[in-house]
Write a protein of this length. Structure first.
Length: 209
Protein backbone atom coordinates (compact mmCIF):
# COMPACT_ATOMS: atom_id res chain seq x y z
CA UNK A 1 0.00 0.00 0.00
CA UNK A 2 1.09 3.56 -0.77
CA UNK A 3 -0.38 6.66 0.81
CA UNK A 4 -1.07 9.38 -1.76
CA UNK A 5 -1.64 12.99 -0.81
CA UNK A 6 -2.96 15.34 -3.49
CA UNK A 7 -2.62 19.11 -3.12
CA UNK A 8 -3.89 21.67 -5.58
CA UNK A 9 -1.83 24.80 -6.18
CA UNK A 10 -2.57 28.19 -4.58
CA UNK A 11 -4.67 30.89 -6.17
CA UNK A 12 -3.64 32.76 -9.32
CA UNK A 13 -5.09 35.94 -10.78
CA UNK A 14 -6.70 33.83 -13.50
CA UNK A 15 -8.42 31.73 -10.82
CA UNK A 16 -9.70 34.95 -9.26
CA UNK A 17 -10.92 36.28 -12.61
CA UNK A 18 -12.57 33.02 -13.65
CA UNK A 19 -10.26 32.45 -16.61
CA UNK A 20 -9.39 28.96 -17.83
CA UNK A 21 -5.62 28.62 -17.48
CA UNK A 22 -4.75 24.98 -18.24
CA UNK A 23 -1.22 24.81 -19.68
CA UNK A 24 -0.76 28.59 -19.46
CA UNK A 25 1.97 29.28 -16.91
CA UNK A 26 0.16 31.72 -14.63
CA UNK A 27 2.01 32.46 -11.35
CA UNK A 28 0.59 32.48 -7.85
CA UNK A 29 -0.83 35.81 -6.76
CA UNK A 30 -0.26 37.29 -3.30
CA UNK A 31 -3.14 35.32 -1.78
CA UNK A 32 -1.92 32.17 -3.51
CA UNK A 33 1.48 32.55 -1.85
CA UNK A 34 -0.19 32.92 1.55
CA UNK A 35 -2.25 29.81 0.82
CA UNK A 36 0.88 27.88 -0.16
CA UNK A 37 2.59 28.88 3.07
CA UNK A 38 -0.50 27.88 5.05
CA UNK A 39 -0.72 24.42 3.51
CA UNK A 40 3.02 23.95 4.02
CA UNK A 41 2.60 24.77 7.70
CA UNK A 42 -0.28 22.35 8.25
CA UNK A 43 1.60 19.56 6.42
CA UNK A 44 4.82 20.03 8.41
CA UNK A 45 4.10 17.18 10.86
CA UNK A 46 3.31 14.74 8.05
CA UNK A 47 6.13 12.55 6.73
CA UNK A 48 6.48 12.23 2.98
CA UNK A 49 8.95 9.93 1.26
CA UNK A 50 8.82 11.98 -1.93
CA UNK A 51 7.17 15.00 -3.53
CA UNK A 52 6.30 15.31 -7.20
CA UNK A 53 4.76 18.41 -8.73
CA UNK A 54 3.57 19.81 -12.01
CA UNK A 55 6.31 21.93 -13.57
CA UNK A 56 3.92 24.87 -14.02
CA UNK A 57 4.95 27.64 -11.62
CA UNK A 58 1.73 27.76 -9.63
CA UNK A 59 2.10 24.10 -8.64
CA UNK A 60 5.88 24.00 -8.46
CA UNK A 61 6.13 26.97 -6.10
CA UNK A 62 3.33 25.61 -3.90
CA UNK A 63 5.28 22.35 -3.70
CA UNK A 64 8.54 24.14 -2.89
CA UNK A 65 6.97 25.74 0.18
CA UNK A 66 5.90 22.28 1.38
CA UNK A 67 9.32 20.81 0.56
CA UNK A 68 11.27 23.45 2.49
CA UNK A 69 13.27 21.86 5.33
CA UNK A 70 12.68 18.27 4.17
CA UNK A 71 15.48 15.94 3.09
CA UNK A 72 13.51 13.86 0.61
CA UNK A 73 13.19 13.41 -3.14
CA UNK A 74 11.60 16.37 -4.92
CA UNK A 75 10.95 16.54 -8.64
CA UNK A 76 8.72 18.23 -11.18
CA UNK A 77 7.01 16.39 -14.01
CA UNK A 78 5.22 17.99 -16.94
CA UNK A 79 2.89 14.98 -17.08
CA UNK A 80 1.18 16.46 -13.99
CA UNK A 81 0.23 19.68 -15.77
CA UNK A 82 -3.37 20.82 -15.89
CA UNK A 83 -5.54 19.81 -18.83
CA UNK A 84 -4.67 21.72 -21.99
CA UNK A 85 -7.77 23.82 -22.62
CA UNK A 86 -6.61 24.64 -26.14
CA UNK A 87 -8.60 27.53 -27.58
CA UNK A 88 -10.35 28.00 -24.22
CA UNK A 89 -7.13 29.15 -22.53
CA UNK A 90 -7.47 32.66 -21.14
CA UNK A 91 -11.23 32.85 -21.69
CA UNK A 92 -13.99 33.03 -19.10
CA UNK A 93 -17.21 31.05 -18.81
CA UNK A 94 -19.33 33.52 -20.78
CA UNK A 95 -16.82 33.84 -23.63
CA UNK A 96 -16.51 30.08 -23.99
CA UNK A 97 -20.25 29.54 -23.83
CA UNK A 98 -20.81 32.15 -26.54
CA UNK A 99 -18.27 30.68 -28.94
CA UNK A 100 -18.86 26.99 -28.16
CA UNK A 101 -22.50 26.54 -27.11
CA UNK A 102 -22.94 23.56 -24.75
CA UNK A 103 -19.15 23.16 -24.44
CA UNK A 104 -19.05 24.18 -20.79
CA UNK A 105 -22.13 22.07 -20.06
CA UNK A 106 -20.43 19.05 -21.61
CA UNK A 107 -17.25 19.60 -19.61
CA UNK A 108 -19.01 19.68 -16.25
CA UNK A 109 -21.74 17.11 -16.99
CA UNK A 110 -19.93 14.70 -19.32
CA UNK A 111 -16.19 15.39 -19.04
CA UNK A 112 -15.42 11.95 -20.46
CA UNK A 113 -17.03 13.06 -23.74
CA UNK A 114 -15.37 16.48 -23.99
CA UNK A 115 -13.28 17.28 -27.06
CA UNK A 116 -11.57 20.60 -26.42
CA UNK A 117 -10.66 22.57 -29.57
CA UNK A 118 -6.89 22.24 -29.97
CA UNK A 119 -6.77 20.81 -26.45
CA UNK A 120 -6.81 17.51 -24.56
CA UNK A 121 -9.38 15.00 -23.40
CA UNK A 122 -9.75 14.06 -19.75
CA UNK A 123 -8.62 10.55 -20.68
CA UNK A 124 -5.35 11.94 -22.02
CA UNK A 125 -4.81 13.92 -18.83
CA UNK A 126 -5.51 10.86 -16.71
CA UNK A 127 -3.14 8.67 -18.75
CA UNK A 128 -0.19 11.05 -18.45
CA UNK A 129 -0.82 11.98 -14.79
CA UNK A 130 -1.24 8.35 -13.78
CA UNK A 131 1.97 7.37 -15.58
CA UNK A 132 3.83 10.05 -13.60
CA UNK A 133 2.42 8.77 -10.31
CA UNK A 134 2.98 5.08 -11.06
CA UNK A 135 6.58 5.84 -12.08
CA UNK A 136 7.05 7.58 -8.74
CA UNK A 137 5.54 4.66 -6.82
CA UNK A 138 7.92 2.33 -8.63
CA UNK A 139 10.88 4.55 -7.73
CA UNK A 140 10.09 4.92 -4.02
CA UNK A 141 8.70 1.43 -3.43
CA UNK A 142 5.71 0.17 -1.44
CA UNK A 143 4.53 1.33 1.97
CA UNK A 144 5.60 4.89 1.15
CA UNK A 145 3.89 8.27 1.37
CA UNK A 146 3.89 10.41 -1.77
CA UNK A 147 2.77 14.01 -2.11
CA UNK A 148 1.49 15.14 -5.51
CA UNK A 149 1.11 18.90 -6.04
CA UNK A 150 -0.82 19.58 -9.21
CA UNK A 151 -4.09 21.06 -10.50
CA UNK A 152 -7.82 20.71 -10.02
CA UNK A 153 -8.50 18.79 -13.20
CA UNK A 154 -5.38 16.66 -12.93
CA UNK A 155 -6.11 15.71 -9.33
CA UNK A 156 -9.68 14.77 -10.19
CA UNK A 157 -8.53 12.31 -12.84
CA UNK A 158 -6.10 10.73 -10.36
CA UNK A 159 -8.88 10.36 -7.78
CA UNK A 160 -11.08 8.65 -10.37
CA UNK A 161 -8.26 6.29 -11.30
CA UNK A 162 -7.46 5.28 -7.73
CA UNK A 163 -11.12 4.77 -6.83
CA UNK A 164 -11.89 2.93 -10.10
CA UNK A 165 -14.50 5.51 -11.06
CA UNK A 166 -15.31 6.49 -14.65
CA UNK A 167 -14.06 9.92 -15.70
CA UNK A 168 -17.72 10.93 -15.95
CA UNK A 169 -17.47 11.62 -12.20
CA UNK A 170 -14.43 13.91 -12.43
CA UNK A 171 -16.36 17.02 -11.37
CA UNK A 172 -18.02 15.25 -8.45
CA UNK A 173 -14.97 16.08 -6.33
CA UNK A 174 -14.19 19.59 -5.10
CA UNK A 175 -10.53 20.61 -5.35
CA UNK A 176 -10.11 24.10 -3.89
CA UNK A 177 -6.86 26.04 -3.98
CA UNK A 178 -4.29 24.28 -1.73
CA UNK A 179 -6.87 21.65 -0.77
CA UNK A 180 -5.50 18.40 0.65
CA UNK A 181 -6.84 14.97 -0.35
CA UNK A 182 -5.56 11.68 1.07
CA UNK A 183 -5.94 8.21 -0.46
CA UNK A 184 -4.64 4.72 0.24
CA UNK A 185 -3.57 2.88 -2.90
CA UNK A 186 -3.36 -0.92 -2.66
CA UNK A 187 -3.17 -1.65 -6.37
CA UNK A 188 -5.10 -1.71 -9.62
CA UNK A 189 -6.22 -5.34 -9.60
CA UNK A 190 -9.82 -6.47 -9.52
CA UNK A 191 -9.48 -7.51 -5.87
CA UNK A 192 -7.77 -4.32 -4.69
CA UNK A 193 -9.83 -1.95 -2.57
CA UNK A 194 -8.39 1.55 -2.56
CA UNK A 195 -9.60 4.06 0.01
CA UNK A 196 -10.36 7.77 0.08
CA UNK A 197 -9.45 8.95 3.60
CA UNK A 198 -10.46 12.57 3.16
CA UNK A 199 -11.17 15.02 0.35
CA UNK A 200 -10.62 18.74 -0.28
CA UNK A 201 -9.45 19.69 3.22
CA UNK A 202 -9.02 23.48 3.28
CA UNK A 203 -9.31 24.19 7.03
CA UNK A 204 -5.82 25.74 6.92
CA UNK A 205 -7.26 28.62 4.86
CA UNK A 206 -9.71 29.82 7.50
CA UNK A 207 -7.39 32.64 8.64
CA UNK A 208 -5.79 33.34 5.25
CA UNK A 209 -6.93 36.60 3.63
Amino acid sequence: MNTIYLVRHGQTDWNKQGLYQGHTNVPLNSLGIKQAKAVAEVLKPIHFDSIIASDLDRARITAEYIYEGRNISFKTDKRLQEINFGEWEGLNYEQINERWPNGIFTMYRNPDKLNLPQGETFAQVQDRAWSALTDEMTDVGSEKSILVVAHGGTNRTIICKILNLPLHYSWSFSQGNTSITKLEYYGSGADDHNILNFLNDTKHLELVK
